[in-house]
Design a protein around this ligand. Structure first.
Ligand SMILES: CC(C)(COP(=O)(O)OP(=O)(O)OC[C@H]1O[C@@H](n2cnc3c(N)ncnc32)[C@H](O)[C@@H]1OP(=O)(O)O)[C@@H](O)C(=O)NCCC(=O)NCCS
Length: 349
């Protein structure tokens, strides 16, 4: 069977793409995607030529596959490359396993300076592996317990959960105790230019990270239509020195505060710990049972563990292939200075 044409999305494709999405992912996922679509694909400040970066596989007039992606400016060892998170990839069910996914992945990859995938489905993770993308994940997950309900597990029977709560309680009391803030933290509604300057100052500290300038941060964390984030800025002598983005939610076994994204100088221990303590207070105020975060950077993880977080099993797989900058062969083996969080790609949705 000849392989179909793959080219860029056009506005008139919207209806057919939506119908295919419904068929592949189901109605709930399609409704959720629809709510985010304009923001996620059209309003991204890093869109090349202002157009959504979506690849479409066509057969005649029919659409039989798509790869919808999120362009970002990626800093790699001091160089900026045009990065792109692969997100909603799909092939019509009757056309799967015939090489079409591979054509979509390769077309996308040929057109970007770095192709990245986060939190993948089993099928796409396997395809990335089959095509030889470096596998650098999963991104470590950290949890800080705040109440006796923190250790409950949705699959364990209630008596077991109660016993675990009772046994771990004294220990949670020690971890979750309130500690004083040692720098100033202020809630903000938007990210102003001082955050762009902060990124420029700190970018060199990370071997790989999405450029977190004000345009990106406002789009990602202020303009998102599907969730509402709280934003806290860290101030040092009146200067912006960091931020935390978080939200609170109900899960089947309790309340959780998600520390979605954050930034500070990884060497500014006092500053980052202050941000963590601020998030502790906010979580306690909302009656959360625990705080959950994802962090790749070893320095941040060290400080989080010191602040009462535990590393738990993570399922957030991460693959990345850098095309637009020369990287050493062992680049993908040393990820301790990479900054990747739950706020990256479209993981928090
Ligand atoms: C992921 C997807 C786009 C791949 O497209 P495709 O045209 O089937 O892919 P290809 O034929 O080029 O490649 C096939 C390879 O993909 C992987 N793969 C595809 N479907 C798979 C599945 N159901 N289970 C496990 N691996 C799978 C395997 O590595 C497979 O190689 P193999 O056939 O030698 O085992 C397609 O399977 C799909 O639409 N899946 C449902 C939606 C989805 O999961 N999207 C990813 C969201 S992150």
């Amino acid at each position: 069977m000849p392989l179909p044409d793959v080219d860029r999305y056009r506005p008139e494709d919207r209806r057919a793409v939506d119908a295919l999405y419904r068929r592949v992912f189901g109605n709930d996922a399609a409704d959720a995607s629809r709510l985010r679509w304009e923001w996620q694909y059209r309003r991204n400040p890093n869109n090349p030529g202002g157009e959504p970066e979506i690849w479409i596989a066509r057969e005649g007039r029919a659409i039989i596959g798509q790869y919808a992606t999120m362009p970002v400016r990626l800093d790699v060892k001091g160089r900026e490359v045009r990065g792109s998170w692969g997100m909603d990839v799909m092939v019509a069910p009757e056309r799967q396993r015939r090489g079409l996914g591979e054509v979509l992945f390769r077309t996308w990859d040929r057109n970007v300076g770095a192709s990245l995938g986060l939190g993948l489905s089993d099928a796409s993770y396997r395809l990335f592996q089959k095509l030889g993308w470096p596998d650098v994940g999963p991104v470590p997950c950290l949890v800080k317990p705040l109440t006796r309900r923190a250790f409950r597990h949705p699959r364990w029977p209630m008596p077991i959960n109660r016993l675990i709560s009772a046994v771990t309680w004294p220990f949670v009391v020690i971890i979750a105790r309130a500690r004083p803030l040692r720098a100033e933290v202020r809630m903000v509604q938007r990210f102003d230019d001082s955050f762009t300057r902060l990124w420029e100052k700190l970018a060199g500290k990370f071997d790989l990270a999405v450029r977190r300038d004000a345009a990106y941060l406002n789009w990602k964390f202020v303009g998102a239509p599907h969730v509402r984030y709280s934003l806290a800025a860290l101030l040092r002598e009146g200067q912006t020195a960091g931020y935390a983005v978080y939200r609170h939610l109900h899960e089947p076994r309790g309340r959780v505060t998600l520390l979605v994204d954050f930034l500070a100088d990884p060497e500014d221990e006092e500053g980052f710990e202050t941000l963590l303590r601020w998030v502790d207070r906010e979580a306690r105020h909302e009656d959360s049972d625990k705080i959950r975060a994802f962090a790749m950077h070893a320095g941040f993880r060290h400080l989080m563990r010191r602040s009462g977080y535990f590393q738990v099993k993570s399922t957030m797989e991460f693959v990345v292939k850098v095309n637009g900058a020369d990287v050493a062969p062992d680049f993908y083996e040393h990820t301790d200075a990479w900054h990747v969080t739950l706020g990256d790609s479209d993981q928090d949705r």
